[in-house]
Design a protein around this ligand. Sequence first.
Ligand SMILES: O=C(O)CCC(=O)C(=O)O
Ligand SMILES: [Fe+2]
Length: 343
Amino acid sequence: MSQITSLPILDLSQLDGTAEQQQAFLDKLGRSARDVGFFYLINHGIDAELSAQVQQLSRRFFALSEADKQQVAMIHSPHFRGYNRAGSELTRSQPDWREQFDVGAERAPLPLDSGDAGWKRLQGPNLWPEALPELKPVLLAWQKAMTTMSLRLLRAFARALELAPDAFDSLYGDKPNEHIKLIRYPGQTAETSSQGVGAHKDSGFLSFLLQDQQRGLQVEVAPDQWVDALPLNGAFVVNIGELLELASNGYLRATVHRVVAPPADQDRLSIAFFLGAQLDAVVPVFNLPEPLARLALGPASDPLNPLLRDVGWNYLKGRLRSHPDVAQRWYNELLQQQPQHTA
Ligand SMILES: O=C(O)CCC(=O)C(=O)O
Ligand SMILES: [Fe+2]
């Protein structure tokens, strides 16, 4: 039984302060990341006006006609970008009751040879809705700001683990995985389950959630003990992904979380930003100083979700499992060769 009843609050502006303030931030970061794996981040420097614009445009996107949303349906994208209607994504084989729009780094596809690794197809352009041209510049501006801020936090994590501040730099290089997901959870109806998104861990380094006023996000602080991550104005909810769990040999926790669908006639909007490593990186185990290393239990092993140190394969594994229709259309050859990737 855990005593934790709410998430800790971290103030990123302390990193601009005196040596004592910086150390206080790093201590609290290390503790929060280890004990809960989830916290609120305030004074993060992301322009509130820009985040509000992202929220307003997301609402307008989800209010577009079905035909306009289908113009950017993910099934058209070998790079797993675009729109999915509620019920089409699976978590632990169960449909999630949420509609969503996925945006990644806006990069040209990699040139492909026939024998190339399947994950090389993940890089490529986004799909953008013709009916909402303002969405692209605003989301790309927010993505850039979020990448800068999150890399700063990742360097603070390295310091909190008593590693060199640039210890993780080569894992993301100049091509970090910058994945935005606009998410709308419709209210529950008699026909739908309460699974907004089923219990899961995130796969990357760090995840940031910009919530609206509607509750629903829950964090598993101890086996089967769930704490609400209630919306906190101006804050991001931050959590640790599997890459940091792997890199710290399990010293840091990628904590399980889920979203319960809102009541009937209400909805919930959440904007997620996932910071991941470069697709061609391989995650080493970093040598932590002895007092920390003694507390590292090794990364959790879950037979339903084996962790792969090869970043591209680990990311592709998650995408194939979450979006079987896209997998079937664009990765059919791979599914037949390597059925373990579809488990
Ligand atoms: O909707 C949220 O706030 C959380 C979403 C989430 O956990 C995810 O998409 O990985
Ligand atoms: Fe998540």
